[in-house]
Design a protein around this ligand. Sequence first.
Ligand SMILES: [Fe+2]
Length: 459
Amino acid sequence: MPMMNSFGLLKQYIEGSFHKPTSEETFDPKVHLNYTPPSKKFTMQDLLLNQSPTASPIAGTVPFPLLSVKGVKAYRKALFQKKVIDNCASSPFPGTLVLRDAVKQSKFVNDFWTNPETMRIVSEAAGVPLEVVMPTEIGHTNIQVEGTTVAEMTSNLKAEPVLGKVELSSEDRTYNPLKDASAIIPWHYDSYPYVCVLMLSDTEGMIGGETYIKRGDGEVQKIEGPQIGHAVMLQGGEVCHLAARAKGVKERISSITSYRSTLPNVYDSSYITNVRPYADTGSLYPEWTQYRLRKLRDELTYYLDKTEKGGDPGQERKTVQALINQQIDYLRRTSRQMVDPEFTQQVLRKYGRPSYYDAPRIWETVRSLPEIDSLALVTNEERRWQPGSVYWTDLLGSIKRIQAGKPLQSVLGTAVWDKTRAYYMGDELLRQGLNEIFLDWLGYSGIWELYCSASLNET
Ligand SMILES: [Fe+2]
């Protein structure tokens, strides 16, 4: 090799390795992980909850150490790079900054969550082998920090965790997330079956920040929030839970990754209702499609492999019909969840984002009004709202199942509908987690107006 060339290569190497400022570190499990298994796991049975025969018996874990001090700093440094902030930050709710799709900008964030060692840890904690649900759901980061605008909030983000405490008011000191309506996320089920929540802030002096789980007997179980570098695992798609607001600290940053189990024929509780209003549907929808179709393919392959080995021919017909029916429901949901993004945004502009998230409560309120039956029944019978749409076929299908006493799958889990209550389009759309379509139906049927005047009378 001529002298000049090798010198040129050497120069390039030196500049590349030492002189060029690298914006993020390379993930190394030996340096960045600091794992100790959770000291306690709660089973569904411990919480007196029904355990689905195809899901994990583990409902959740207490916090456990996951990232080392160096790991936390490297993760924060990776997240707060300019390109991540520029491409991933938004403020869907006042006072909260959200970073989504960070894996498309940060190799560190991607490599940490998808490293075989990390995958082994989260699977062990959940009690079943897990797979990340889709890349867009890796490291969804919620940030509470000083500032009101996105620019103000992002300017306060540093790789070094902020240690400062905030003076607590007497109101803060007596804060009870179960009584006050100010829980950061009210009672809910997650969009996906399993979730890992990783804490990236110092929680010294923090009040709140814990998770509460509703037990089968109606009692509430508290799980302490994780300290810095610690994580908790939760079967959030099957366990009704509430996240308490954190007070007394200058910042609270948590990063969340969602999973599904790779066991075949596992009921999958995923919906994208909660993320649809603010996610980039340009990446969410294609990833959702891939994940759903991959799961379908795996389950069909599993079935074919089993039957090719020879099974009981007498059972064959019933088994395959059950599988097909299950997959029809699964595919229908896969398709219905991908609402036209323009339609979603149009409804959000008209009715407001809070109404979207509040839709189940709005429906509960109007259902108790005397005029509801006539209004809802008229739209059910006349079918002038979105005539010929698939939702009318879905409604009929659900009514048939109710009449046959069969359970209905819904965003709130699987349950048998109380036959004494009429089943309307509003019920059908909320069952499917189609909150924007529900609001559109509510407006068309005149029930939205009724709701607005009823709320006005109350105040
Ligand atoms: Fe949750």
